[in-house]
Write a protein that binds this ligand. Structure first.
Ligand SMILES: [Cu+2]
Length: 115
């Protein structure tokens, strides 16, 4: 299968709830579990506004993206939302900044910003 077709097939294989774009805003759903974000890698484009919809099924968590100066608490049973527009390309680390148990210190992910 040509790479382009494969890439298209993979994009369509994503659940609709995980990736949606409306009004030029990229919506991404992130679940914070002990001790991992799902997905661990978020892929976005520079200049495109992002709306993160964050949930935690178990315990209070935090989502902190220091390179873009945004963070929020994530309370179980309630969706947290975080809006920002990535202005630089590259790979940036996001992490949980609310102690959620042993393993909390390993709870991080990567924001990939492409041009
Ligand atoms: Cu944590």
């Amino acid at each position: 299968m040509p790479v382009d077709s494969l890439r298209r097939a993979l994009v369509f294989a994503l659940p609709a709830a995980a990736l949606a774009q409306s009004d030029g805003v990229l919506e991404l759903h992130v679940v914070a579990r002990r001790f991992q974000f799902e997905p661990e890698t978020l892929r976005v484009r520079a200049g495109v506004p992002v709306l993160l919809r964050l949930t935690s099924p178990e315990v209070p968590m935090g989502f902190n993206l220091p390179d873009f100066g945004v963070r929020t608490d994530i309370v179980p049973g309630k969706e947290a939302q975080l809006r920002f527009t990535p202005t630089r390309t590259g790979q940036f680390t996001f992490l949980c900044d609310v102690f959620c148990g042993n393993g909390h210190e390993n709870m991080s992910g990567t924001l990939e910003v492409r041009s």
